[in-house]
Design a protein around this ligand. Structure first.
Ligand code: TXA
Ligand code: MG
Length: 313
């Protein structure tokens, strides 16, 4: 499908899956209540879970958000287009359904030439969550989208996503940057850009959508653990796939499949491989996927968050 066809479908109030540098998104006119409603239906996503609004022009931020702190502008200038989502007070032009009834709107400018060109051709921004059924692994290729949402879903084919893990989500309390979701841009990079420390959003009090305990789950049973050897022993009757991040010696006759995530390109390489690896392992009929605990530094925080929530017992 080309950009013109995608535009026609969107102008008609329907859905198109779009490529971004992180994962594929399921897009609709962010300013149309009825179009956005179709996203929730297609994903089986609960209505309280707000969507990210995608723009291609910094000026659009001022169309949909207000009271924008200087810090937000600085982050936008520094990281857009790119995998950073900024949460800001919303203007009335954005319907409540797009933001899950919140007063704030999450905005990002994705870094993918096709989607930027598509956005440029439209008169409205695009609301787009990841293009998968609720609580399943995010799609990094067109085939993942079709497998999760059905063969009929129109996809603007932009090849494989390069980032393969979602954007970082940052908001502000007074002027302090709060990280709602760790992602490709690290907390350290944000702190460096703003010259001040970030705070992690505390999910104990309010459960933020996307911060729900179970998310990103493969169908195969997954255990995320600091003690993989013990889990292997406890499940000696199981067919096990092991996802390793450290360099510890592993007793390989206890497992059936072994993937070393950091050998090639460290934790950055691991972040890129994560969803593809989970998609592939899910097809291979293991009884159990064991993922080794990830050091929580830099991009490791995002990988840790995803695996913690991928546990599906
Ligand atoms: O990389 C990405 O961000 C991808 C691509 C498609 O852009 N999108 C994505 O969307 O990951 P989704 O729907 O899977 O995750 C969006 C998350 C929500 O679950 C929620 O945590 C957060 O964005 N969010 C949206 N609006 C928010 C708001 N007003 N305040 C706080 N968090 C918000
Ligand atoms: Mg998602």
């Amino acid at each position: 499908m080309d950009i013109n066809t995608a535009k026609k479908i969107l102008d008609n109030g329907d859905l198109v899956a779009i490529p971004t540098e992180t994962v594929y998104g399921l897009a609709a006119n962010a300013l149309s209540e009825s179009a956005v409603n179709k996203i929730f239906l297609a994903k089986s996503r609960p209505l309280y879970n707000p969507l990210i609004v995608h723009i291609s022009d910094l000026g659009d931020m001022y169309m949909i958000a207000k009271n924008i702190p200087d810090e937000a502008f600085k982050l936008a200038q520094n990281f857009w287009p790119g995998p950073l989502t900024i949460v800001l007070p919303k203007k009335d032009i954005v319907p409540d359904i797009t933001t899950g009834d919140k007063d704030s709107v999450a905005i990002r400018m994705p870094k993918h030439p096709l989607t930027l060109a598509l956005l440029d051709s439209l008169d409205y921004p695009l609301a787009a969550p990841s293009a998968n059924k609720y609580k399943t692994i995010s799609p990094t290729k067109p085939e993942h989208v079709r497998k999760s949402l059905g063969m009929e879903m129109p996809v603007l084919d932009g090849g494989n996503c390069v980032g393969r893990i979602e954007s970082t989500i940052v908001g502000f309390k007074n002027e302090t940057p709060i990280i709602y979701r760790h992602g490709l841009i690290t907390a350290e990079e944000i702190a460096d850009c703003l010259n001040q420390k970030t705070i992690d959003y505390n999910s104990d009090k309010i459960i933020m959508p996307g911060q729900e305990k179970r998310h990103y789950s493969p169908k195969t049973h997954l255990i995320y653990t600091a003690f993989p050897d013990k889990v292997f022993m406890d499940h000696s009757h199981c067919k096990i796939a092991f996802i390793q991040f450290s360099d510890i010696e592993v007793d390989t006759h206890l497992i059936d499949h072994h993937i070393h995530m950091t050998r090639e390109n460290g934790l950055n390489g691991a972040a890129k491989m994560l969803y593809d690896t989970l998609h592939e392992l899910d097809k291979m009929n293991f009884d159990l996927i064991v993922a080794e605990k990830v050091p929580q530094e830099g991009i490791g925080k995002a990988i840790h968050d995803k695996l913690l929530r991928a546990q599906n017992y």
